[in-house]
Ligand binder design. Structure first.
Ligand code: GRF
Length: 190
């Protein structure tokens, strides 16, 4: 079974959903490590509880993005990582990791891309008034939320409360990301 590393910067609810899907036998990839760029992020706590090792690397501790990514790539080498899943990883992936994991990095984004790219997608979609809500999992390239789309799902929400909308979006994310990982694994293995 292909090994996956999950990159996260914050809360880590998608990280946890992926690990739980694996524990239930619903994932065709083994989550073996969490990579976190934010010391103190709650995802680190979740990883400890779920018994998944964490690599914490703060980009501020490195002279450049290149050296930061070389450190991570070095830590991952030897773990035979076949797929990297970004799950709330709040930075653009650079040439070092893109080069080493070409076509093997995916990301989850809380909108119907290409609509509402960026860090505040749910709020932006809410404030647009269009009620165009959804979740996208896409391959990662050097652009922000711009790589080829793997799968999308609409989120039906007709209310006017941002917190409720966020809850609805995250519920869809937690189901969609494991499905997307299985699709990505099939594509890699075929
Ligand atoms: C999710 O909404 C994801 O789509 C976006 O960042 C958020 C991360 O949430 N990229 P969590 O840390 O997984 O709870």
């Amino acid at each position: 079974m292909l090994n996956t590393a999950i990159f996260a910067s914050g809360n880590g609810s998608n990280f946890e959903a992926i690990v739980k899907a694996f524990e239930k036998g619903e994932l065709n990839a083994r989550p073996i490590v969490c990579v976190c760029d934010k010391p103190g992020a709650y995802v680190i706590e979740r990883a400890k509880n779920l018994k998944i090792p964490v690599i914490v690397a703060n980009p501020k501790d490195f002279p450049s993005k290149k050296e930061y990514e070389e450190y991570i790539a070095g830590q991952l080498r030897g773990l035979e990582i076949g797929l990297i899943c970004l799950a709330g990883y709040m930075r653009l992936v650079g040439p070092v990791l893109l080069g080493e994991y070409d076509g093997r990095i995916i990301n989850i984004h809380p909108s119907m891309l290409p609509d509402f790219k960026g860090a505040h997608a749910i709020r932006d979609a809410f404030e647009s008034g269009e009620k165009n809500y959804g979740v996208t999992v896409h391959y990662v390239d050097e652009t922000l939320d711009g790589g080829k789309i793997l799968i999308q799902r609409r989120v039906e929400y007709d209310g006017d409360n941002l917190d409720d909308l966020e809850t609805a979006v995250h519920a869809v994310e937690h189901k969609l990301y494991p499905e997307a990982i299985n699709i990505a694994v099939s594509a890699i293995e075929s």
